[in-house]
Design a protein around this ligand. Structure first.
Ligand SMILES: [Zn+2]
Length: 348
């Protein structure tokens, strides 16, 4: 069942009115720092651009006050499905982007939402001739980031301007957290050199339904919605990549010849994908509860998904480890306990 909440507007195309998915209010939520949040969150779909989003009302602001805008990740590891080895996400992102970018031996990189600087470090190992800069919300990681070889600047969001132009601007799992994504992309566009690139990676809720449960991730993208957002911000060359295994979407974009006020184009798809994702989550809980009758369970997943499922199952869970890569077609990831014990919050 959906209802229109007329007081709300789309954070992507500013269309007035979001079709709320009322059933979402019954789902327990989780903050990206692992804290459990009560039921009652609000999720909806824009009837114009089809962007899925949390309804950022007063309750949402109160729930996420300490989290909004912070980087989502910090050196997360996951399992390479082909080799079985642990790999770090920063290295995986660079390998995904590099074939699409004709990067010169020298240039300037700005990472917006740089966290502890894992991506800057990885990039600098490959492109030692580049000057690297990071932007974060506050001063927490200044000393750590500035100690990375090649890093020449660390800026906070309170500072009025980041000096100079950049040949590459990266934003990883940042757009999901922004209440004004078009403004931030437009600002990034203005910092690009004439041939520079903006690269972003976001979570794909269709392949990673746990993203819908993260209270401080306000926006949830599909490739058309993400591409439309870049077009509205004035980008003229927009290349969309999907990584089904990682459950992520990337966009590699260059500035258009002229600034535009292009509206975000209506997209198809509706909210069926959201309802399928929410149904998958409910089925995951149901199946895990059923299999956990009279025996302990372990959870193959240590990030937000693992933490959320552990809280849903309560004391049925004996142990949990590493990180879930959910496959909508692949069924439940709950497996019998392995005896390994890693905190579900360890890698988030
Ligand atoms: Zn919209």
């Amino acid at each position: 069942m959906s209802v229109t909440a007329p007081a709300d507007f789309c954070r992507v195309c500013r269309h007035p009115g979001i079709n709320e998915i009322v059933g979402y209010r019954s789902y327990r939520r989780i903050a990206s720092d692992g804290r459990s949040l009560p039921h009652g969150g609000r999720l909806g779909v824009c009837p114009n651009c089809q962007a899925v989003q949390k309804l950022a009302d007063a309750d949402w602001l109160a729930d996420t006050r300490d989290l909004a805008g912070r980087s989502a990740w910090s050196g997360a590891m996951s399992i390479d499905p082909e080799t079985g080895r642990m790999i770090d996400d920063a290295g995986a992102w660079l390998e995904r982007w590099r074939p699409r970018l004709a990067l010169p031996a020298q240039g300037r990189l700005l990472e917006v939402g740089c966290g502890r600087g894992e991506l800057l470090r990885r990039f600098g190992e490959v492109f030692s001739g580049w000057e690297l800069c990071g932007v974060e919300q506050d001063e927490r990681f200044r000393a750590e980031v500035l100690a990375i070889p090649g890093v020449g600047g660390y800026f906070t969001s309170e500072e009025p301007d980041v000096p100079g132009q950049f040949d590459l601007i990266t934003m990883v799992h940042l757009l999901e957290r922004l209440l004004q994504p078009t403004a931030v992309l437009s600002e990034a566009r203005g910092k690009l050199s004439p041939t520079g690139w903006v690269v972003t990676t976001v979570r794909d809720y269709r392949r990673d339904p746990f993203a819908l449960l993260v209270a401080d991730e306000v926006l949830h993208f599909t490739p058309p919605v993400l591409a439309g957002l870049f077009a509205a911000a004035g980008f003229g060359s927009i290349d969309t990549l999907e990584d089904g295994e990682a459950g992520e979407i990337s966009v590699i974009a260059q500035r258009g010849r002229t600034a535009t006020d292009e509206a975000v184009a209506p997209a198809r798809a509706g909210d069926a994908g959201v309802k399928a994702a929410l149904h998958w989550l409910a089925e995951l809980c149901r199946l895990a509860r059923h299999r956990g009758i009279n025996r302990p369970l372990g959870i193959f997943g240590a990030s937000v998904g693992g933490a959320w499922l552990a809280q849903e199952l309560g004391d049925r869970v004996r142990s949990s480890w590493t990180r879930i890569r959910p496959r909508l077609a692949g069924g439940c990831s709950a497996v019998p306990s392995t005896g390994l014990r890693i905190s579900p919050w360890a890698t988030r």
